[in-house]
Design a protein around this ligand. Sequence first.
Ligand SMILES: *Cc1c(COP(=O)(O)O)cnc(C)c1O
Length: 420
Amino acid sequence: MAFERVKGNLACDGVSLAELAERHGTPLYVYSGETLLANIRRLHGGFRDLNPLIAFSIKANSNLAIIRLAVREGCGLDIVSVGELQRALRVGVDPGKIIFAGVGKTDDEISQAIQAGIGMFNVESTGEIAMIDSAAKRLGRRTGIALRVNPNVKADTHKYITTGTTENKFGIDFALIDSAIEAVKAAEAVDLVGLHCHIGSQILDANPYRLAAERLGEVVDRLREQGLDITHINFGGGHGIAYEEGQTALDPAQVAEAIQPTVKRLGIQPILEPGRSLAGPAGVFLTCVINVKRGVAKTFVIVDGAMNDLLRPSLYSAHHRVTPVSDVARGNTRTEVDIVGPVCESGDFLAKDRLLPLPEAGDLLAVLDAGAYGMVMASNYNSRPRAAEILVLDGEAHVVRRRETMDDLLTLESIPHTLR
Ligand SMILES: *Cc1c(COP(=O)(O)O)cnc(C)c1O
């Protein structure tokens, strides 16, 4: 499986990470095709009695090779922008399996998606229904929508990245559903095909899904009383993974069990939009030690990867396990270190207060579970070209995005002629 040690050296699907770093340089993202496929299959397996549509949420990892692999495995794609629409179409997904979510879709984005023939829009407000309707009429087409309901499920036993309560910008509040239903009835070119909810991210307990399903079930009953039949409920993504030692990933079978009573009672098809749980564990971020700096209070391991490459630690204080690529070189004595990048920000760190065999300059470290919300959030801050991405498929490593060069960065800029 996946990322395993071969004689003490970490490998990705049997390919040595040290060799990949040698060949392609660092910092470097490396993805395990086997792990991505295993995660998709495990999700299918957990939900097999419910015949779900699995729409990979490509904002987690939108590399063409990754999304092509998911599509080849039968996935649809969940998108949040017209840029992601272009990526989805580029990998040959059946447009009917594209779901367009997002709180601020523009007229232009809506029109392009209708023209592409996407499966449905997840609608976030009453106003958006009218926008989609007029775009569809203008184009002489019909389109499907699902109402994104805010089920006001508060997941308060864990620190979720919550999106399903009345205090945030996403979805239509439970109390305002009736006005959305009126807007649907008034629309001429949209078909209400489903309901949608996405209650948060990195959720490690299935119970919030049960509560959300029950809530949405009540809305379906209300719709059916009014003669509006829907065929789908989209339960969003959010399945948590084991970022930290001792955590257990949320088992898809438990989520299936939680929503099953509602799904069976209503006779609808569930849709799932996972991002992190499919792609996260399938990627590592490789970085090379530049220097080890001993301060008075702390020891800093300064590496060539930084917040511009992997933002999650800086942005959310997210925890990623970090491990030496070779566990034979430096013995067993562990030292507490902060692993920091070269960017000129105190907030630029990959990990804090970790016990590691003290590395030396030139050693490689692997930041684990970096396959989701890693490269997609990378920037060029400090004029740092973005890292390359490697996908290992059937034991063979492919460069699926080459490393940026300074020419790539500079080609978009120009100096006004009056300054020359
Ligand atoms: C981000 C997002 C997802 C994917 O979330 P994960 O936590 O990565 O599974 C799914 N649906 C919507 C609407 C999202 O915004």
